[in-house]
Each structure stands twice: as structure tokens, then as C-alpha cells.
Design a protein around this ligand. Sequence first.
Ligand code: HT9
Ligand code: FE2
Length: 346
Amino acid sequence: MIKPDFDSFLLLSFGGPQGPDEVMPFLRRVTAGRGVPDERLTEVAQHYLHYDGISPITAQNEALLAALQAEFDRRGINLPLYFGNRNWHPFVTDTARKMQADGRRHALVLATSATGSYSGCRQYREDLAHAAAELDGVAPGFTKLRHYFDHPGLITANADAVRRALAGIRPELRDEARLVFTAHSIPVSMNDSAGPDGGLYVAEQSTTARLVAEAVRGPGAEFDLVWQSRSGPPQVPWLEPDINDHLRELAATGTRAVVVAPTGFVSDHLEVIWDLDEEARETAVELGLDYVRAATAGTDTAFVSGLVDLVEEQLDGKPAEFLGSLGLCGVDCPASCCPAPVRRSA
Ligand SMILES: CC1=C(CCC(=O)O)c2cc3nc(cc4[nH]c(cc5[nH]c(cc1n2)c(C)c5CCC(=O)O)c(CCC(=O)O)c4C)C(CCC(=O)O)=C3C
Ligand SMILES: [Fe+2]
């Protein structure tokens, strides 16, 4: 295949409400056809309203864009940057229309999910396809960058954050503090069908967690990978254990301190600050655990530089460094990979 001439860059993300009136429309949009019960929506709406209905994710993506722009400038990469979301303004369809009007023909796309799974990879591909289908005339081409769950930039940023978090644990408990990594829970069936051979989501999340734990504490370091932010109807199995149950289990078996690192997310968005800084912290306090939450990669310089390495990998065909052994999945996914779940009504 002839390599396309890339002329633009698109940051593709989830989106979040920017005021109280936007909360319910946003939640209905996210969960349309997904069988998420109304009680769950009402509960999640309260989490957003706790922050005046403003999800931090949009400002965080704008900060990431500015950091990427600075790194592009530093390296002489001359691609204009665009930003679009799946679920809220700026919608990727509107962004694609703007790109078309600006004469852009082929964009490199960075999704704010570092791993495979329907929600984190295939659905973003669908979002791009829908956006292109909405346009009159020739739509820009979109080439998604590979998954970066094992990229040294992401690992370094998270390892530095875990070290800073450990420094916040009482000195006498620091060495014994348990390293607990979290990622978004997904339905077990979604993990079973993730990647060319299934199970890719858990495999990639485990790789990130292991690489970060080993960067901090050396080869063979112990760690736990658990899940947060479960949605869906109660009768459908999702990945377990939940972080709160896990903290109870740890406390019951003698753990006195934990650092919780949400390595499954790239910014401190609402699911991080609510589920970990409010809920899980409260659980930990009740249990008498020392608890410090590590920051996500955000605009960490190692992370941003690593992302730009992925851009350069596409521009000059030079493979970027990666530490894991799961290959370059995320660049040329087979069509059968990470299929959409069966739609259901609430
Ligand atoms: C794998 C994954 C990621 C990580 C990859 C990625 O980053 O893309 C992620 C990220 C995010 N999820 C987010 C928010 C929500 N996710 C929900 C619901 C769901 N998430 C799912 C999966 C994931 N989600 C799934 C399988 C559902 C069930 C409905 C469905 O099958 O689609 C719901 C509905 C209400 C509820 O929580 O029940 C909300 C509000 C926000 C924004 C936070 C903010 O506003 O700052 C972000 C970044
Ligand atoms: Fe989600």
C-alpha cells in the first residue's frame, strides 16, 4: 500500500458535559441502546453535578492539544491540529466538516484510549466512519495511530506519578505500600471479543500495569490490576474485582497502605476524580488504609513526546519503540476485531 500524505492531525476523545443542563443529554447519548438502567444514569448524573455539570475532560484535551502543538513546533512537524469527540461538543462530525472545508485530505488520528476493546478502539473507528459518511463530497481519510498502552512515554509518565504518590505515603509504610492499578471495567463479553484472538483489553491493561510496577520497583514487582466505573445492568457480568471490594480484601489481609494508579486512563477526568478521589478514598479511610491516588499521564512531557513519536512513526515509517510483546495492534485491525456489543434497550 502507498503511504498516504498526511496533512493534518485529529485528537479524538470521549467528550463530556460543560454545564448542568448538558448532563442528562450527554448521558442519554453515551448510553443509547446500551441497556444501562435509569437508576445508574441518575446516579452518574449526581457525580457530574457534584462538579457543576462540568466534566474536566474537555479542558484536559485542550491542554493536551496545546502540549502536542508545542512538541510539533519543536520537532518541525507541520500538521494543523483538530479536536473532536464521540459524545459531546466539539463533535467529531462537526470537526470533520471543518477539516473538509479547510481542504484536509488525510489526518493522523490519536484516540485518548491507549488500548483495544470495542469502546476504546473499534467504536472510535466507527465514529470516524460515521463522520466521513455525514459529509458531502470527498471526506478526509483518517488513519488511527497504534495503541500506546506499552509505549515508554506512557510508562515513564505513570511510573513518575506512582513515585510521587509513594512519597505521599507515611515513610514507615512506604516500602510495603501495595501498588494497585485501575482501568475502566467493561463487560466480560467485550473483553472476550477484544483483539484478533480475544482478551486483548485485559492483556494490554495488565501489560501497562506490569511495566509501570517494574519501572518503579524492579523486575518481578508485585502489583494488582482491578477495575472501576462499572456500568450496565447488574445481571450482565463485567470485569471484577471493583476497586472498592479490592480495598476491603486488602485491608482484611493486613495491607496498611495503597497507591492507586489509574493507568487505564490518560487524564484525570470525571471517572478518575469521582470514582477514585471521592468513592475509593472514602472506602480506604473507613478501612484505615493510607491511600494516595497517582496522577494520570495528562500533559507529562514524556507522555506527550511519546505520542509525537507515534506521529513520526507514521510520517517517516520508522517504527516507534514499544516495551510489550502484543505488537502494533491498533494500526491495521482486522475487521473482525473488537466487534460492537449487541444493542439492547434499558
Ligand atoms: C473502556 C472504556 C473507557 C476507556 C477508553 C476511552 O477513554 O475511550 C471509557 C472512558 C470513559 N467513559 C466516560 C464516561 C462514561 N462511560 C459510560 C459508560 C460506559 N463506558 C464503557 C467503557 C469505557 N469508557 C462502557 C462499556 C460503558 C457502558 C455503555 C457503553 O456500552 O458504551 C457512561 C454512562 C454512564 C455510566 O457510567 O454508567 C459515562 C458517563 C468518560 C468521560 C469521563 C468524563 O466525563 O470526564 C470516559 C473518558
Ligand atoms: Fe465509560
